[in-house]
Write a protein that binds this ligand. Structure first.
Ligand code: ARG
Length: 464
């Protein structure tokens, strides 16, 4: 070892002794940052090509480095990474292996570069890929919702507020609400991606470098829009990871709300939907059980993803410029949140795609709880020119009457109606069915099947 005395061979020049085992343990990130190897090698390839292009290293050394990096990539792809905690992280593992393969020339790759700009670059590339994967998964999720919405543009179920029956809505409309949420999630990830896409490479340790590097070239080679403008900011910025986690936490929050509805809807008391065998589990003691475990786990993993956001915010809070080792703690929450969200999206997409809807149960439930009371009040306004507040009052009296008689609004007799308001005619019964209720809600963004069809067609075009 060039460091001598068992000290680290990459930075051990000024050290006499080796780090303690505990130090090695707390310092090492290889167990998790090995996931950055593809990005690390891609960034090294871009850096090496630029060093050759600018004449900072010879083309012979460049060619050797290029060849060695390609070999390392296929080795790690094949699962051959010799993990040594002494080598701390993925950057040192790659450099150390490169030295084994090509010898001294390997030492030239780190010219005009630091692990600080290296890790920021690698991590940005990783998060960028994660964003692209989640965007695809969100589009699949939207397609699954849309397919069910298409099937159920006319299916009526109770719309709730306070989880109390409010007004009838169509299932298509309900599902499209989640298509909208997923659309905003995609917008947030895309927005984070735009701001992320500036290259830290070439910021070096923190101050830039005296070598005549070409940051435009490395930025371009790695698909970045431009080099990050300020070297201190470039190495200390983790906004991109925090923004990713914020978008992930909100996206998971949306999934958790649908998950909760599926849990409730699939209960025997509601019986609105049944999950496919593929997305249900049984009980080891109660043979009758069909549990919506996937939905429950999505609900729970949302806590984990929101926790990851909080973790990274707390890691970054109060850090002075530029790099601090604290920032090594940025990766695990991001990896865990990305994995969890990817899994949640896949599970939710499968559940939605495969679920069976019990349209009769939804319809029967929609007609309970005086769900067309607002339609009655609206009828009084529209046909008797009554101020809405008074119509609300009259309708309230009729709801009470129906409650006393133990029937629903459409079951009241015309005489009953007229006892509360003599002007009411038999026409009122036309608006009291749930089908008429939803069909009448044709305002922009409303629940009428005609509006739902319109919205479905718009989304189909957007997702094509
Ligand atoms: N493993 C480190 C990390 O993930 C790489 C950067 C190390 N830089 C340093 N100055 N020690 O943050």
């Amino acid at each position: 070892m060039s460091g001598g005395n068992g000290s680290n061979k990459l930075w051990g020049g000024r050290f006499g002794g080796a780090p303690s085992e505990i130090m090695e343990h707390i310092n090492a990130s290889i167990d998790f940052d090995r996931r950055l190897y593809t990005q690390d090698i891609a960034a090294s390839q871009a850096h090496c090509a630029m060093l050759v292009e600018t004449g900072i290293i010879s083309s012979a050394d460049g060619a050797a480095i290029e060849k060695g990096l390609a070999q390392i990539l296929s080795e790690i792809d094949a699962g051959e990474l010799n993990v040594d905690p002494k080598l701390e992280d993925i950057h040192m593992h790659v450099e150390s292996r490169l030295t084994e393969i090509i010898g001294e020339a390997a030492g030239r790759l780190h010219t005009a570069r630091s692990r600080n700009d290296q890790v920021a670059t690698d991590f940005k590339l990783w998060v960028r890929d994660a964003i692209d994967g989640i965007d695809r998964a969100l589009a699949d999720f939207q397609r699954a919702l849309l397919a069910q919405a298409d099937q159920h543009a006319e299916t009526v179920l109770p719309g709730f507020t306070h989880l109390q029956v409010a007004q009838p809505v169509t299932l298509g409309h309900h599902l499209l609400a989640f298509v909208e949420m997923a659309g905003r999630d995609r917008g947030r990830f895309a927005d984070a991606r735009t701001r992320l896409n500036e290259s830290p490479l070439g910021a070096a340790a923190l101050a830039g470098t005296s070598f005549p590097i070409d940051r435009q070239a490395t930025a371009k080679a790695l698909g970045f829009e431009r080099p990050a403008a300020n070297s201190l900011d470039a190495v200390s910025d983790r906004d991109f990871a925090i923004e990713f986690l914020a978008a992930a936490a909100l996206c998971a929050t949306h999934l958790s709300r649908l998950a909760e509805e599926l849990v409730v809807w699939s209960s025997a008391q509601f019986g609105f939907v049944s999950m496919s065998d593929g997305f249900s589990t049984g009980s080891s003691i109660m043979p009758q059980k069909r549990n919506p475990d996937a939905a429950e786990l999505i609900r729970a993993k949302t806590g984990r993803i929101a926790g990851a956001l909080n973790t990274l915010l707390m890691v970054m809070k109060g850090l002075p410029l530029a790099y601090s080792k604290d920032m090594q703690e940025d990766k695990e929450p991001v990896f865990d949140a990305a994995d969890s969200l990817g899994l949640c999206l896949a599970a939710m997409t499968g559940m939605v795609r495969d679920m069976t809807v019990n349209t009769e149960a939804m319809l029967a439930s929609a007609a309970t709880g005086f769900s067309t009371a607002t339609d009655l009040a609206d009828w009084l306004v529209q046909n008797l020119d009554m101020p809405f507040r008074q119509a609300h009052h009259v309708t309230g009296a009729l709801v009470k009457l129906a409650e006393d008689k133990g029937c629903d609004l459409p079951d009241l007799l015309l005489e009953d109606m007229q006892s509360a308001e003599p002007g009411i005619t038999a026409q009122v019964f036309d608006v009291l069915t749930v089908e008429r209720s939803v069909a009448s809600r044709t305002s922009e963004g409303g629940t009428a099947p005609a509006r739902v069809r319109e919205a479905i067609n718009k989304w189909k075009e957007r997702l094509a």
